[in-house]
Design a protein around this ligand. Structure first.
Ligand SMILES: Cc1cc2nc3c(=O)[nH]c(=O)nc-3n(C[C@H](O)[C@H](O)[C@H](O)COP(=O)(O)OP(=O)(O)OC[C@H]3O[C@@H](n4cnc5c(N)ncnc54)[C@H](O)[C@@H]3O)c2cc1C
Length: 394
């Protein structure tokens, strides 16, 4: 299958690319998703096929070996992949957050060193904020990096690293100074490691965390004991900018969650539309019962509104403007819509909705992650509320 041509060739228009991804989803993801999910195995062939398609470099600038495509194309791709299986959209998410960090905040040397390899998919990236005792309260992280000559010595434990084992690069938030307020003492290290290794230097990668859904993609704990990182791995070559840098990348992650929520919700809707016309009760298809029809109407309306929210947030972020409000609103709205639509889809499917033979059972287990990941929805409400007050001072 042909890969993604660089944008400045003009060879692949957004619609053509999205059609290509739609075909990839139909032919390669949908037929295998149930088995991958059931066995909770890492889908190496799918990741390799994504690499050959050029999907790991779509937003990386052409000057660094990527396709230089825009965020709207990115969200379209994420939506289509998640339609097939949510985990597949997760392979892209942390990778793009790391690419974004390097593109926007990295030194020229860091861009040259990492972006071409990330764009080709030769290495993939993880993004690490969370720790066992700090998730929403990012500034409370304890992993510490102490400068020793030309190196940082890193000690601590990071938690919930999506793509954490297979990644060759981890963009990691660490503490480099004890100051008040504490978020001003944080920095980002670009930490290299052999993909797939469980031990490297002072790093130990833990076993996969067994999860409700979002299976196949690895989520791991990563601990560091006197692990040495060259100072050339300090993002942008400057300390104490980590919090702002990571929060800018989180906005991209929130746009990803919004888009993947639309993909999962659309799948739940499509499965329900089909099932409601095929399944009969009381002498007619259940779609003929008004209670079911109303559910379908509400589901369809919500999915459409969610897609518009996701696109609007992508456009805002694409303009390079502050996007915490739009990305937060889109993440909140789309993830809640997705969860509601999956619950309605389960009801429409009756007993079959509870059976692993039907995709609804998996969608129902996958959907709640989007309420928690990239900042819980309670945290989104805090961000949104504060920003609204900022914009509308009485
Ligand atoms: C499958 C999976 C993959 C993940 N991947 C990554 C990853 O790749 N990289 C990464 O860094 N992290 C990752 N995470 C971590 C994720 O970002 C955190 O779980 C999330 O930010 C919430 O943090 P927490 O789990 O520590 O919850 P806590 O912060 O302990 O929150 C617990 C509850 O308290 C609420 N709460 C906390 N503070 C407030 C407040 N001030 N006001 C109101 N309510 C509040 C929360 O909303 C939540 O309901 C992943 C998580 C999961 C489950």
């Amino acid at each position: 299958m042909a890969g993604v041509a660089p944008a400045d060739d003009g060879a692949v228009q957004r619609e053509e690319l999205l059609e290509l991804v739609e075909r990839f989803t139909a032919e390669q993801i949908i037929p295998r998703a149930a088995q991958y999910d059931r066995e909770d195995v890492y889908p190496a062939e799918l990741v390799e096929a994504m690499r050959r398609l050029g999907l790991f470099g779509i937003t990386v600038p052409t000057a660094y070996g990527g396709s230089g495509l825009d965020l709207l194309t990115y969200t379209g791709i994420v939506e289509r992949l998640a339609y097939g299986w949510m985990s597949v959209s997760g392979f892209l998410n942390t990778h793009f957050m790391a690419c974004f960090l390097i593109e926007h905040f990295g030194t020229e040397d860091q861009k040259q060193r990492f972006l071409p390899r990330l764009a080709s998919g030769e290495i993939r990236a993880a993004y690490s904020l969370s720790e066992p005792d700090a998730g929403s309260d990012v500034a409370a992280i304890r992993t510490r990096a102490v400068r020793d000559g030309d190196e940082y010595v890193v000690n601590g434990t990071k938690m919930w690293l999506t793509n954490g084992r297979e990644a060759g690069l981890v963009a990691m938030l660490v503490k480099t100074a004890d100051v008040e307020p504490s978020h001003r003492g944080l920095s980002v290290l670009l930490l290299e490691k052999p993909p797939g290794a469980t031990h490297a230097g002072g790093i130990t990668v833990g076993p996969n965390i067994h999860k409700l859904g979002y299976r196949g993609i690895e989520t791991v704990e990563l601990s560091l004991v006197d692990h040495r990182v060259p100072v050339t791995g300090l993002l942008g070559g400057e300390e104490h900018l980590g919090f702002t840098q990571m929060m800018a990348a989180v906005e991209l992650g929130r746009v990803n969650i919004a888009a993947r929520a639309v993909g999962v919700a659309q799948r739940a809707l499509d499965e329900s539309l089909r099932y409601a016309q095929e399944r009969e009760a009381f002498g007619r298809p259940i779609a003929g019962h008004q209670a079911i029809l109303f559910k379908l109407a509400e589901m369809g309306t919500k999915v459409k509104a969610a897609r518009l929210m996701a696109r609007s947030a992508a456009e805002q972020k694409m303009r390079g403007e502050r996007a915490d409000l739009d990305a937060g609103m889109a993440k909140l709205f789309c993830s809640e819509v997705c969860w509601e639509v999956c619950q309605d889809a389960l009801r429409i499917h009756g007993g079959n909705g509870y059976a692993a033979d039907y995709p609804i059972e998996r969608l129902y287990r996958d959907a709640p992650l989007m309420i928690v990941g990239e900042g819980t929805n309670e945290i989104q409400k805090l961000v949104i509320g504060r920003r609204l007050l900022e914009e509308h001072r009485a």
